[in-house]
Design a protein around this ligand. Structure first.
Ligand code: F6P
Length: 544
């Protein structure tokens, strides 16, 4: 097995540069006419997920060398090391074992010599018992009223996953329970999300792996004050209205939340890989323990597929390879993710953390700088809405943005053929991005000459089409695991540590030093621009 190595030293790298030079100017129209079996050859399927990557600007020879690159990169050993619980997060000296969160009871997955699967199921069982109590109205607030609103307080991985999943599965949720997500240190967020809630019927989940994150702790303190004010300051109410999800039992207790009301997880679960841990408590309360376990089963199916399927039919591996191809060989710096599903409206935001916090790195595993581009900018919104906003640029702008189009075959609910319209839009956009419309075609349609150039659609915009069967908890688990492992694959090729996030630390520290300058005796800020901004802020707040 090969050890991790810099991308540009791998033997297949040079051939891929040559493939890119060859393919850069070949149109997808030509690739399709040269290769009649392309749509079939360049698609792969597993667990009701159908990936069509035939409209990527790649051919069989380039795919062959991408697979060779994978073989040379040490990817397989790295994947094995992750599943074996090795400390592959080298800069934080931690294992990366989110795959254990969805391992069925009885499976053995070890890290540091300990089988963690029984621990995972012990927490899942406690979560299930608690979720059942809340859902059945047996968990009572301080005044004896059942809970009607659940407010998750968390940020980053302690917010985006459950917030995304709760919307993705909203129609699977228990009726009568209202879910809100407070994340921003902007006090307007808490005020907005709680303005119509009754404290006597509100349960807060304080979700923070570290239980130190500024935004979360500030919102948690605000929530505590808001709740206590309604109960005459009676501290006993906290036990009925606050639970915590964290790895830091001591800090949870210090905050005043009963450790009996805490659901734990472990340092081997990265924040952005945690929606299937206790961080998913709000999701479990919404959809119920059985559906949550079904979601975990979907994750697990894709884990096993990622581990066992041959690379040329391995969906996350193919997606990771294509991301490296588009980013490094074709030089596209952005990647749009376009779910044709309104319930997935937070999915791209979720992926932004998953991919950009994982692979937005400039340093290789051994500390040397990378000399290739790592993660593209991930962005997007659901179709069809995006079509009426930014698709103009996707079709005719002079930057090329590869896109993933995600669609579901079976509707969860339909009305007057709308689901067919939705799907027709998805395939239409992918077709137009790929094949465009030529000047000759426009003339043949009778387009006035002065409009022809304006209406030409160059096409040749790469897309992968991910067709899923139906939106269910299981399908959501599969989809998230697919992107988790695609992110892993690309990160392994880029030779970066996909599991640390040092880039977010400095901003937190600097905030800590600037905060005291906003009030009290005037102190100079460390640079002229910041100093002037603070001066203006203080003046407008009457603190000059
Ligand atoms: O943004 C940095 C980060 O550490 C993320 O990785 C994490 O998901 C988020 O902050 C929240 O952290 P915590 O769960 O510890 O509050």
């Amino acid at each position: 097995m090969n050890a991790p190595a810099p991308l540009d030293t791998l033997p297949a790298h040079r051939s891929l540069l040559a493939h890119a030079a060859r393919l850069r100017d070949i149109h997808l129209r030509e690739l399709f006419s040269r290769e009649p079996g392309r749509a079939q050859a360049m698609s792969a399927e597993a667990h009701d997920l159908h990936l069509d990557f035939s409209k990527q600007r790649v051919d069989a020879a380039a795919m062959g060398d991408l697979l060779a690159l994978l073989g040379q990169s040490g990817f397989a050993a790295r994947r094995g090391a992750m599943f074996a619980g090795e400390r592959i997060n080298v800069t934080e000296d931690r294992a990366v074992l989110h795959v254990a969160l969805r391992a069925p009871r009885g499976t053995v997955m070890r890290t540091g010599g300990r089988d963690v699967v029984p621990d995972v199921h012990a927490v899942l069982d406690r979560m299930a018992a608690f979720a059942d109590e809340v859902r059945a109205g047996r968990w009572r607030g301080h005044t004896g009223r059942p809970i009607r609103a659940i407010v998750n307080i968390g940020i980053g991985g302690s917010d985006l996953g459950p917030a995304m999943a709760n919307d993705a599965l909203r129609d699977f949720a228990a009726p009568g329970l209202d879910f809100r997500f407070v994340s921003n240190v902007d006090p307007g967020d808490f005020a907005w999300k709680t303005q119509d809630l009754d404290p006597a019927e509100t349960l807060f989940i304080v979700a923070s792996k570290t239980f130190t994150t500024q935004e979360t702790m500030a919102n948690a303190r605000t929530a505590r004050a808001w709740s206590l004010a309604a109960f005459g300051g009676d501290e006993r109410s906290v036990a009925r209205h606050f639970v915590a999800v964290s790895t830091a039992a001591d800090l949870v207790a210090q905050f005043g939340i009963d450790p009996g009301n805490m659901f734990g997880f472990w340092d081997w679960v990265g924040g952005r890989y945690s929606m299937d841990s206790a961080i998913g408590l709000a999701t479990m309360i919404a959809i119920g323990p059985d559906a949550f376990r079904d979601m975990l089963a979907g994750f697990r199916e894709v884990d096993v597929h990622f581990l066992e399927a041959p690379p040329e039919r391995n969906l996350p591996v193919l997606m990771g390879l294509l991301q490296v191809w588009n980013t490094d060989y074709l030089g596209f710096g952005a990647h749009a993710v376009l779910p044709y599903c309104q319930h997935l409206h937070r999915f791209t935001a979720y992926l932004q953390q998953l991919e950009m916090e994982s692979n937005g790195k400039r340093t290789q595993l051994d500390g040397r700088p990378v000399s290739w581009t790592t993660c593209p900018v991930v962005w997007g919104e659901p179709g069809t809405n995006g079509q009426h906003a930014f698709f103009q640029l996707l079709h005719q702008g002079n930057v090329t943005v590869p896109a993933d189009v995600i669609a579901f075959a079976e509707p969860n609910a339909d009305s007057l053929g709308m689901h067919d319209m939705l799907f027709a839009n998805a395939v239409a956009q992918a077709r137009v991005m790929g094949f465009g419309q030529t000047a000759d075609e426009l003339r043949a349609l009778g387009t006035p000459e002065h409009l022809v150039e304006h209406k030409v659609m160059p096409g040749n915009r790469p897309t992968s089409f991910l067709l899923c069967r139906k939106r269910t908890p299981r399908a959501l688990g599969r989809l998230v695991a697919l992107y988790e492992h695609a992110t892993f694959t690309a990160g392994a090729l880029w030779n970066v540590n996909s599991f640390d996030q040092w880039g977010v630390e400095l901003g937190k520290k600097v905030c800590g030093t600037l905060l005291p300058m906003l009030d009290g005796p005037r102190q100079p800020a460390p640079d002229a621009s910041t100093d002037a901004l603070i001066a203006r802020y203080r003046a407008w707040r009457g603190r000059a």
